[in-house]
Design a protein around this ligand. Structure first.
Ligand code: DC
Length: 231
């Protein structure tokens, strides 16, 4: 049986960076589930699919082939290939950010995604990050983390990332998009973003990346030792 670490939290809380670094340290498979929803959203935009055309959307989820290619730079997220095309940059565009929360609140879409996510973690120790990993995808995950940070700090991080990548936006725009996404992600009916009862909350507002990584790794070793001792 594999060991599952679930990392949930709002946009810009650092889930992607933390997950990558922790996975690297403890040799776990990592999965950025947001990238799956982003690929679907890109396909919806490109194929001009209506937001209420659920059969077409679920069909895309069933048939899309997504590959993650490691980016050796630890500060960068991995490359994402959708049906063999490198879409790393496209899936993080404002266009995608603007409608992703609407698409990811569709129940049928989430049901399809659920199977994909569960299958990936079947055989390997996995650290999976998203919004509903500890609450819905793996309610029995061995370790659950809820990663949080103040909205202004999250917006500053995203704005800085955009600047570095040459994506032109203002800080105010980034803040507004984050606020909208938080609201929809937290208030949606199906699998809303919330802290699982048994999740450990880490507020990263005033912490460095290394401090958060060390904390998660420490929590993992403590849990791992306890589970081994119980067997
Ligand atoms: O983690 P991210 O910012 O790349 O996620 C993008 C969006 O995808 C997020 O606003 C909501 C959706 N998402 C979701 O609904 N459930 C997940 N497990 C992961 C992401």
């Amino acid at each position: 049986m594999s060991f599952i670490i679930a990392i949930d939290g709002p946009a810009g809380s650092g889930k992607g960076t933390i997950t990558k670094r922790v996975a690297n340290k403890i040799d776990f498979l990592r999965l950025d589930t947001g990238a799956l929803y982003r690929c679907l959203t890109l396909e919806v935009i490109r194929n001009k699919i209506e937001i209420n055309d659920i059969p077409k959307m679920t069909d895309i989820v069933r048939n899309m082939k997504i590959e993650f290619v490691p980016n050796e730079d630890m500060d960068e997220l991995d490359y994402v290939f959708l049906n063999k095309e490198n879409v790393t940059k496209e899936i993080r565009s404002n266009e995608v950010n603007n409608i992703i929360s609407v698409i990811s609140s569709i129940k049928e879409v989430r049901n399809e995604m659920l199977q994909i996510q569960r299958n990936i973690a079947k055989e390997k120790n996995t650290i999976m990050e998203g919004r509903d990993i500890g609450t819905v995808v793996f309610p029995n995950a061995d370790l659950k983390i809820y990663l949080n940070a103040d909205i202004e700090e999250r917006a500053r991080r995203r704005y800085k990332e955009n600047m570095e990548k040459g994506i032109s936006t203002t800080y105010e725009e980034v803040l507004q998009i984050l606020k909208n996404r938080d609201k929809i992600d937290m208030e949606r009916e199906v699998a809303p973003l919330k802290k699982a009862e048994d999740a450990i909350e880490i507020d990263s507002t005033n912490m460095s990346i290394e401090e958060v990584v060390d904390k998660v790794v420490e929590l993992y070793y403590n849990k791992f030792k306890k589970l081994k001792w119980l067997k």
